[in-house]
Design a protein around this ligand. Sequence first.
Ligand code: BES
Ligand code: MN
Ligand code: ZN
Length: 512
Amino acid sequence: MSSAPDRQLGPDLAIATSIGDAADVLVIGLVSGPGSSDGPDADATPVPVVGDGILDDAQLAEISASLTAVGASAGAGEISRIVAPASIGASSILAVGMGARSALDDPDTVRRAAGVAARTLTGVGRVVTTLSTVDLGAAAEGFFLGAYRFEEFRSDKTRSTKAPLASVALLPGTAARDAAAELDRARSIATAVAVARDFVNTPPSHLYPEEFANRARTLGETAGLEVEILDDTALIEQGYGGIVGVGKGSSRLPRLVRLAYRSGASDAKKVALVGKGVTFDTGGISIKPAAGMENMTSDMGGAAAVVATVVLAAQLGVGVDVTATVPMAENMPSSTAQRPGDVLTQYGGITVEVINTDAEGRLILADAIVRACADDPDYLIDTATLTGAQMVALGTRTPGVMGTDDFRDRVAGISRRIGENGWAMPFPEELSADLKSRVADLANVTNHRWGGMLSAGIFLREFVADGVEWAHIDVAGPAFNTGGPWGYTPKGGTGVPVRTMISVIEDIAALG
Ligand code: BES
Ligand code: MN
Ligand code: ZN
């Protein structure tokens, strides 16, 4: 899966049977040694993480001596570079700090260390690693995602002169069972995350609803999905008032994309995915301040993740039916834009007073949720860069997970297990009264700013059919990294929450 067919999204990944002599750099982990405190930045006498039977005692002693000589630290993300023993094929060793040994129980420790290594080793051809002895899949994902780069819009003037890390050979641990299958799975997952990142990183000049829909069609058809696209005329005819209302201020007209993967099993559970695809959010007539508005190129991060996830589900051949319902619109101010005070009719008939045109995500999602529920899914996951309040509540790296209690908790738990760190949030009942409108069934915002992430979720709840297990994931901060790179996360699009959604889908396939 690739957004541009000629683009390689990450390094070649392969299983290694020994360190061999073909690698330029050996990547190992470091954990804090005995006698040091168990804290994440403990750095006394770090111990190499090198698996069993891969290095002999003499090699290990030489590596430890070199690490001590350079003052190597086991602090998470710290890196040390040493010359390799002459008896090892690689000419140097990169040691990446992983914190306390107990942190190895969390696969994300491995994923992050591998990501740090991949970001450090630009210009390197071949790497061999022992990080995979702890968790092969996590190491593979971390290297792939850490090596991700997006330079489509740079000319030779500023494009990097060093190529991204080209290939990684991963040594399995002694307990590894089907290493080849685990690697294939990791490669597919990381590729899907990279596809979502590419969509988010493509600027709004080049990714607008029609173009986004076309690219989703190409990806979907290549993966063997059923594809249906409603254009602006079809949206008006069929009563998608939310998508039409948000999109009507722009010369780039809205779309609704539907992608369907059918597992083939007659008793398969049905999972519906819905993702916010605002290709640029100016706020509309309730226009946003200029400072930081450029970050609203990321306002289709939910849609990007949902498109990548349904394609990934097909590639992995999961045993559940998965649909993606993806509303796409550009929120612009103009003489044709919707006004504060306008009333629109959502798909399905609920009327909404648009108090603030910048609360547009919930309007396009409401239409898409009603449409998705018409297929009678067992589970519905929607995800969106929905509220600045998500970042006020949880910071920039922690998705807010809302919905029906049991499924919300299941999604948040899985999200933490896979390192995207979603956190369950409540629906305080008093907020629902604050969404009452003077003239319509609902207002699109409350008359105060408290609990803004939660009232957005409560608005969406009105459109979820009874009996559907539902989770809403607000990724306003987590989908787009405006800070520096860390672990396997680059600046810009992150691909969150692709890995949460595919893991939930696999969990449903396994447990119902
Ligand atoms: N796309 C924004 C939310 C957002 C803000 C995402 C910052 C990423 C970073 C959304 O459409 C929006 O404007 N929400 C408003 C809602 C308010 C008007 C109730 C907000 O958060 O201010
Ligand atoms: Mn907005
Ligand atoms: Zn928005």
